[in-house]
Design a protein around this ligand. Structure first.
Ligand code: CTP
Length: 383
């Protein structure tokens, strides 16, 4: 509330009865400079519950408890907050915070999905220390994150559309590892951040998301089905199995093109002279294999990590779009260690429906949104 007021916004606090056990009404009144009420029966002449909903340009519910999510998803209107939620037509941002078990309970997740389908924006909780000795997902994100997201919803710069509801989005992320022996592997520098951001944003836009994850350096998002794999062949098997029911398939993973011909059962020892030659064999091309057996209506997104200047990048992107048989291709320049492991990305997007490439950049979450906007165009759901 302080951050919003200090940046010039008017804030009305609508606590629940339970919230006042944590912070009392006088504190809220002093900080907001306005009276505070929990009930529809106070201030009756102004019909506050309708008035507040109409007046607000943004509603933030932080923290949103399991109980509040349940009441809001059922449309229950038994206090001033829940009645205001039913009358609000502006963006609504809910920030769930609770113990991990409550957050992961199917009832809570079902309520979150219902609210998302109706266009409510859910900021998933952070992982970390909770109120007891426990820790895990359930922590309220820091106020700066909440305010920034809330204001971007008002400005229309963050998408809160549930434009991927009824859609199954299958995403591969991370980097495969091809074992040489029980200790060593051939790997790559993919952290999985862009794939995870895509999974998170697709979920927030209402999709059912399956994430096939290879050695992620970041936690997989909540509310997403995760299938862990290690090698390219394992990724191929899982992607093939899941692709049948998927409407959108995104290959964000860095897949090893080659694997050692023989995997040694015992650790390779340095004693015994020259190192053994490393014989490699081709791995399946997962993406090309999936597009070859696509069913009508499916949308495929490929990635291309290239060490190239802007012109070469565009040529390579267009070639890979065709070679891989995908609808959309996201290409980035990864020379000099750029992109891998960063929280930001810069890429061009080419697709089969547009003549001109699009550029995108910023946080991996913002890039994910731009990619999903193009996906929505291809699904024919836009407009
Ligand atoms: N890909 C895949 N299976 C592979 C290799 C790549 O599905 N064995 C996918 C990647 O996930 C990505 C796209 O194909 O979406 C392009 O990957 P990239 O490594 O850039 O291209 P390659 O096909 O490996 O070609 P090259 O490395 O020769 O540029």
């Amino acid at each position: 509330m302080r951050q919003l007021r200090e940046s010039g916004h008017e804030v009305v606090v609508v606590p629940t009865e339970a919230a006042l056990r944590f912070v009392g009404a006088p504190t809220w009144e002093a900080l907001s400079g306005r009276p505070v009420s929990t009930s529809v029966w106070s201030d009756v002449p102004t019909v506050a519950h309708v008035e507040l909903g109409r007046w607000a340009e943004l509603v933030i519910v932080a923290p949103a408890t399991a109980d509040l999510l349940a009441r809001a998803s059922a449309g229950i209107a038994d206090d001033l907050l829940t009645t205001s939620l039913l009358t609000a037509t502006c963006p609504v941002l809910m920030c769930p915070a609770m113990h991990t078990e409550m957050w992961q309970h199917p009832a809570t997740q079902a309520n979150v999905s219902t609210l998302q389908r109706r266009g409510v924006h859910i900021l998933p909780p952070d992982s970390g220390r909770l109120t007891g000795a426990d820790s895990g997902p359930g922590r309220l994100p820091d106020p700066g994150t909440i305010v920034e997201l809330g204001l971007s919803l008002v400005a229309g710069t963050a998408s809160m559309a549930a434009d991927l509801s009824q859609t199954h989005v299958l995403i591969s992320a991370g980097g495969t590892r091809e074992p040489l022996d029980p200790v060593r592997f051939l790997g790559n520098r993919s952290s999985g951040r862009q794939g995870v951001a895509l999974a998170e944003r697709a979920r927030d836009r209402g999709a059912r998301v399956t994430l096939v994850a290879a050695h992620l350096e970041v936690p997989a998002p909540d509310g997403v089905s995760v299938i862990e794999v290690g090698t390219a062949e394992q990724m191929n098997v899982q992607m093939q199995a899941q692709a049948e029911s998927a409407d959108v398939i995104v290959m964000a993973a860095a897949v090893a093109d080659f694997r050692p011909v023989d995997v040694q059962e015992a650790k390779i020892k340095k004693s015994g002279g020259d190192p053994p030659p490393l014989a490699l064999t081709r791995n399946p091309d997962v993406l090309a294999g999936l597009t070859a057996i696509r069913r009508p209506g499916q949308v495929f997104v490929g990635f291309a990590a290239e060490t190239a200047d802007a012109d070469q990048l565009l040529v390579a992107a267009r070639k890979k779009l065709v070679d891989k048989g995908c609808d959309i291709l996201v290409a980035n320049d990864v020379s000099e260690g750029k992109v891998f492991g960063d929280s930001t990305n810069e890429a061009i997007i080419v697709d089969t429906q547009s003549v001109e490439p699009r550029s995108t950049g910023g946080s991996k979450s913002a890039v994910a949104d731009t990619i999903l906007d193009v996906v929505v165009e291809h699904l024919g759901l836009s407009g």
